[in-house]
Design a protein around this ligand. Sequence first.
Ligand code: PEP
Ligand code: MG
Length: 572
Amino acid sequence: MRQALSGITVAKGLALGRARIREPQRLDIEERHLAPDEVDAEIERLHQAIASTRQSLQQLRDQLHGALTPELGEFLDIHALLLDDPELLASVTGMIRDEHYSAAYALKLQRDRLAAIFQAMDDPYLRARREDIEHLIGRVQAALQPGPHDSAVIGLAGDVLISDTVAPAELAQLAERGVVAVLVSQGSPLSHSAILARSLGLPMLIVAPEALAGIHEGAAVMVDAQHGQIIVEPGPDDLLELREREFSLAREQRAHARRRNIPARTRDGVEILLRANAESREDVARAHELGASGIGLYRTEFLFLQRHDAPDEEEQLIAYRDAVLGMNGRPVTLRVLDLGADKADSAGITLAREPNPALGLRGVRLALARPELFRTQLRAMLRASGYGPVRILVPMVTRRREMLAVRELLAECRRELLDEGHHLAQDVPLGAMIEVPAAALGLSAMIDAMDFISIGTNDLVQYLLAADRDNDSLGDLFSPLYPAVIQVLDRIISSARRTAVPASICGEIASDPHHIRMLLALGLTDFSMHPTSLAEIHADIGRCDLASLRRRRNALLRAPDRAHLEALVRKL
Ligand code: PEP
Ligand code: MG
């Protein structure tokens, strides 16, 4: 019987296939105690399982081929790094030795403990790392109990895989086998699997477990991950609709391929800069492939996560230089590490405890409180400028003096590097993220300290509404479409226009064509977005008439409430 379901899009795309259901991978491991004389042999079994997991990760790595090899390899390396974490081994062997637990049960306890720690984190990226831990420990457990539990990759050409979760390494194999889409009940759009699914072009959605439970093995499943829709046993009209959507998507992609190196232009001929947000090498590759005007936001904090030490200057240089070389002459905006109080404390950078981490020592506040660490990053960024155009972006700026302090540090680093004989670009613009309300409202008094600005609407909206951007229990409260937000955005954009300081926007708002039209109406012409949105926005810009959008500005500013504003924006 036909059934329509909805899900959260993780990776866009359209697909039609047959349901292939994989039972939850979570192994139900019972509490088992060992006899004292079994302990040593059990620890040895654990070591062997870890060694065989390491070997299977290496085998997977060796089998990689094709364009995505570096990215896939990185994901596998992260898992290998977690596996080699001495603390993981020490606490599991400790439980076997002291409590006489079986290795499988000790691993389960450790997995639950780590999962709870990650789950409680405020930062969505770190929260999503829980999946990495679960996938990895699942692999070690499977290695301990080979046989029926062994979680082999399943899925054949034409399958829509339905599972609780999918590990990054599996995704690559699934795509290779011709699996056409993946529906999972757990996960986050920020997980490594999600990032990889986007890179592989494999449509993927997160769907509520109750909804997934209603799909039968072998059912025909139509997946529209453009719109977060799933139709089980689609009817003739659905199939026709799918063909039409596939046709128009293919046409849009073909048109984009032709246009990709042609700058986006409105119907009345104004050039609009479309840059990409990136946090990995594959994002940079995708941005380049899609003809982005540059990287508008490179989130460097990803280099600092999941490790016990901060990356040194050389390691950072390589990452930043890769991004610069990857964009082949188009400017790359490297953002100073935007770690919050809860982020990266395994490297000892952030404060372990803060009562209110979102309002605490984060972004530039943290960078200035850790000058040695900050200098290392600035030096690496400056050195990367020797390879192509670089801009440096400072997050969470509240006060003018923060920008002045960064500028001073930057000038010192420049002098040092030149003395050491490095080649640096002469001009490395220093900009500020405008995401703290005080900076937004007081911008005209401090914009002289900024060479450019980038509006971070994710945080700006969170702070203006006093609404946690990641708290699902707030329902639809979190939205940029409030009169207060629009007025603040207008004020920022007007300050920048008045002073001729280039302004861009890099929050999620820039991935939505309606929001882009609203921002065009307010006078912004420079946007940075997730690479997967570039084609759609590029196409939509070509349908906009800037002059008539600009005439809507006053109406937008006068909207009395969210409902009016939403109606106006829908009609732009
Ligand atoms: C923002 O706050 O809008 C932004 C782009 O930065 P992040 O999402 O990394 O905080
Ligand atoms: Mg931010």
